[in-house]
Write a protein that binds this ligand. Structure first.
Ligand SMILES: [Cu+2]
Length: 252
């Protein structure tokens, strides 16, 4: 075996190892296996209805200046505004509501259908999203414009990729929980989205009525937490009786 051949073999081995590592570390490598699930007793499960309200002054919406990107601006005939604090009738939308503690070491199956964040009109739809660890997070680019998608987590693996083709998709998987991961596009700095990853199914994003219903919850003592991109976090204790319905009011 010549020296040159050994070098080539070593190099290809290194390349194979590197590519295997790259695949293993890739965010789009595939979902983790489903955990060994702790069954929820249907006979005693109940529900928690949480309503998020906001009593403060609602900030003025800020007009987004898309002039730097014609392919963004051309999609609109009227000014576009940024309004993270969405309040209607005193109820706060776009707020993550979730069980923060009380589930112990229960394990839950994650859904296999993706949560989709669309890049459309150079904005993220939805702006605030949540999913379970293991569940696919799909970024879709519906724009005739290139976007990069940069995730700035503190716990899960960071990501940054370019999506230049219209209608292209890219899927990420997470293996642990993190609340409020900031996602942005460097090309269009006004684009902001927030993704939360949970290891159980008891969460939701409040809509216009400020309400999230958590169903099929085992009876117990819980802390319900909320997270809002501008207004921060709140939490409240709640006790759910067997087959009970509990309500939680969370005020900002
Ligand atoms: Cu962009």
């Amino acid at each position: 075996m010549t020296r040159n051949f050994i070098f080539k073999c070593r190099r290809s081995l290194i390349l194979v190892t590197l590519s295997a590592l790259a695949t293993a570390c890739s965010d789009s490598s595939g979902p983790p296996p489903q955990p060994e699930v702790t069954p929820v007793d249907q006979a005693t499960a109940g529900s928690i209805t949480a309503t998020v309200s906001y009593a403060g002054e609602v900030p003025e919406p800020v007009e987004i200046n898309m002039a730097a990107s014609g392919r963004c601006a051309d999609q609109y005939s009227a000014p576009v505004f940024d309004q993270p604090v969405q309040v209607a009738g005193g109820k706060l939308a776009n707020t993550l509501v979730y069980i923060k503690s009380g589930l112990g070491d229960r394990k839950f199956k994650f859904p296999t259908e993706p949560v989709v964040i669309d890049q459309r009109g150079c904005l993220y739809h939805p702006r605030v999203a949540a999913l379970m660890a293991g569940q696919p997070l799909e970024f879709l680019n519906s724009d005739p414009e290139a976007h990069n998608v940069r995730g700035r987590p503190e716990t899960v693996k960071a990501w940054n990729f370019m999506m230049s083709r219209p209608n292209s998709t890219r899927t990420l998987y997470f293996d642990k929980a993190e609340i409020g991961i900031r996602v942005g596009c460097d090309v269009h700095p006004w684009m902001q989205a927030y993704v939360s990853v949970l290891t159980h199914p008891y969460f939701g994003i409040s809509g216009e009525n400020g309400t999230v219903q958590l169903t099929n919850v085992p009876p117990g003592d819980y802390v319900v937490g909320t997270w809002h991109e501008k207004l921060g976090t709140r939490e409240q204790k709640v006790t759910l009786a067997a087959s009970g319905t509990a309500t939680v009011d969370i005020a900002y």
